[in-house]
Design a protein around this ligand. Sequence first.
Ligand code: GLN
Length: 253
Amino acid sequence: MTKQKVIIAWLYPDLMSTYGDRGNIITLQKRCEWRGIETEILSITPETKSIELKKADIVFGGGAQDLEQEIVMKDLKGDKGSVIKELINAGTPALFVCGAPQLMGKYYEPAMGKRIDGLGIFDMVSKHPGPKKPRLIGNVVAQVELPDLVTTIVGFENHGGRTKLGKNAKAFAKIIKGYGNNGEDGTEGVIYNNAIGCYFHGPLLPKNPKISDWLLSCALKKKYGQNIILKELDDSLEIQAHEAIARRLRIGV
Ligand code: GLN
């Protein structure tokens, strides 16, 4: 069998990568490398042609502040936004963190300035209540319960925007400790097809290996059309890190 390969599109690395988000890319790369799977990272910038983006097997977008989000969205309003929509609708797995899912929703209202219209992939809206209102900051733990993915997730959140899910949206997880989408309704993130939106920085994937492998399995299954059983890795350190922070947050020490 020819060597498997996963192409990861990384949206605007220079504009969208806060609180260690690039660790998600490193994690996906490493977990492939340890299994003999080749990877290619496609850095998507305003100069990239949209046809390049079509090659993506996984899409990743990290956090960004309001100003950067505006710049990114101007570029996504062109062909690249349509390609991202096509990919997600076709079942390409994706991970969007904080500022990125806000742009994949219907709109984001920044702390100052005009509303930024999003791509509308996720049925949700996000609004910043203004610079005088507190940001939602801290360590977070939440429970994911999807048919093929049941796990707690741990991470760090830091956002001013509050996200409200629409009636067709499905939350990615349920908050155990922390604020999540808005600090009020206990929801965290959103999932549509195989695209996850979440507020978890930290970064998310190193301490939550089940999420990494879920993304990789979806990508390989879609690309090679078969049920892929990923080679087991020794995750004892990752699990220890995960458990330690989950325990601490649950009991509040
Ligand atoms: N600008 C957004 C907010 O404050 C996103 C922040 C982030 O990505 N960390 O809600």
